[in-house]
Design a protein around this ligand. Structure first.
Ligand SMILES: Nc1ncnc2c1ncn2[C@@H]1O[C@H](COP(=O)(O)OP(=O)(O)O)[C@@H](O)[C@H]1O
Ligand SMILES: [Mg+2]
Length: 448
């Protein structure tokens, strides 16, 4: 699942697949012309069959490329769908075998004939191409209708992947991309938390070694729980993790995903996880406390239903073979029965004064002119803001200064912090600003 890519030399390994297909095409042409297959042709077919079996096993190129063990019939379908794209002579051959076809793609009917499938095998083929089959769920094969005469095309992302080109995944349904540029050096957290985040990253980055080579048990995930008040850097840390992998971060809106209609939630989940499977992405579920808070308190039937669904939701997240990060504001309510299910639980503390100073240092625009009395230490000591509030206040102060043609001074900072505190919606007192209170512009004091 580590964004598996096939090196171009591995692509050459698939040569045996093309040769076999070429041979099958030849055999079919003979048969259609009323000629029986000779012993030499059958022997050659067996030989090629033996070669492709090596590619198709658990150690083979297919498994390496797709991160998944496919059935022989599924691989046959993929080979036939990919052939016109990757081995054009086979595209022309398919076209010639399908009377009046205006395109080079094989249909299910042709594949059935090429592989000389009996009735049972033909049914496997039909199932391999059903909407709930792996090939369609992973979006490897494009097929808009089900009948036997539809041309089968490979999805462009599959072709790109097999050619070793970078995969540009689309946002999975129900998720939106978080675009944040963030590196480890931008994170202001106690060293112990940084260490935990790096260990979580390890679970993702070294999975191929531990599970693939050392036979470690393949649990889903890894699932990380980031707990802490709003604005303490949970999303920021998730971006750092995604970026150190060169992956994308997607935020999943649980509220949107969980439908009040029975069965729809299940469908939404399947769509989301199928689309994310095997792709280089980190999924972040916000306000995940809905997944495990107050589980004992079942009041009404409707609650009970909702409760059943959420416990299933957590199980489904755990089963996903890829990194998921759940975030929550509540730490206290999580009992260990839940936290034990996560590979990593990281608490995000409110920043202390030195951490706040560090945040101010990073979040004030680096080239902005600062008044001499403004230092990160003064600001860090003055008011206990979260990192998110510091980011907002730093920018607001910068805009105030820019609009006044001034440098960023204590009046602008007092003003900006006052606005930030007011967002919390509680009763404000001047002393909330600490030593900055003396600098709050007159007109603002009575507004709150
Ligand atoms: N610990 C932190 N280290 C660095 N920046 C932080 C930190 N906490 C908050 N920030 C800043 O505040 C912004 C909002 O934080 P965010 O990660 O969205 O918080 P959360 O997801 O916990 O609510 C971040 O984009 C970042 O600029
Ligand atoms: Mg967040």
């Amino acid at each position: 699942m580590n964004a598996p890519r096939l090196d171009p030399p591995l692509l050459a390994l698939l040569d045996a697949e093309w040769q076999r297909l070429d041979h099958l095409v030849g055999c079919l042409s003979h048969q259609r012309a009323g000629q029986a297959l000779g012993e030499a042709e059958l022997a050659r077919l067996r030989e090629l069959q033996g070669q492709v079996e090596l590619l198709r096993g658990p150690q083979g190129a297919w498994h390496a490329a797709l991160g998944e063990q496919l059935s022989p019939i599924e691989i046959d379908v993929l080979v036939c769908a990919l052939a016109p794209e990757l081995e054009p002579r086979l595209g022309w051959a398919f076209q010639a075998l399908q009377a009046n076809a205006a395109q080079p793609w094989a249909t299910r009917a042709l594949i059935q004939e090429l592989l000389a499938l009996d009735a049972t095998q033909a049914e496997w083929l039909r199932r391999a191409l059903a909407p709930d089959g792996l090939l369609r769920r992973r979006r490897w094969i494009v097929l808009d209708q089900e009948d036997a005469y539809r041309p089968l095309q490979p999805d462009p992302s599959l072709v790109a992947r097999l050619c070793g080109m970078p995969v540009e995944p689309a946002a999975p349904p129900g998720a939106t991309e978080v675009k944040l540029v963030a590196g480890w050096h931008d994170l202001v957290l106690p060293p112990s938390r940084i260490a935990m985040l790096r260990e979580y990253l390890m679970w993702i980055a070294h999975r191929d070694t531990v599970v693939g080579q050392w036979g470690g048990r393949a649990v889903g995930g890894p699932v990380g729980l980031f707990a802490g008040p709003s604005g303490t850097g949970k999303t920021f840390a998730a971006s750092v993790i995604a970026q150190s992998l060169g992956w994308r971060l997607y935020r999943v809106d649980l509220g949107r995903l969980v439908s009040k209609y029975v069965g729809e939630t299940e469908q939404n989940l399947n769509r989301l996880f199928d689309a994310a499977h095997g792709l280089p992405m980190v999924l972040q579920f916000d306000e995940a406390d809905a997944l495990f808070a107050k589980r004992g308190e079942v009041k009404e039937a409707r609650d009970r239903y909702a409760n059943m669904e959420v416990s299933h939701l957590l199980t489904r997240i755990e089963a996903h073979d890829g990194p998921c990060i759940l975030t929550t504001n509540l730490r206290k309510q999580l009992d260990s029965a839940f936290t034990r299910r996560f590979q990593m639980v990281v608490e995000f503390p409110r920043p202390d004064a030195p951490a706040r100073a560090e945040l101010w240092r990073r979040l004030l625009p680096p080239q902005a002119p600062l008044a001499p009395e403004v230092t990160p230490e003064v600001l860090g000591d003055a008011v206990a803001l979260s990192g998110g509030s510091i980011r907002n206040a730093a920018l607001h102060a910068a805009y105030l200064a820019a609009s006044q043609g001034a440098s960023i001074g204590l009046p602008q900072l007092a003003h900006a912090i006052w606005r930030e505190l007011a967002k919390e919606g509680r009763e404000l007192a001047l002393q909330d600003l600490g030593p900055l209170a003396a600098h709050l512009p007159e007109g603002l004091r009575d507004e709150h």
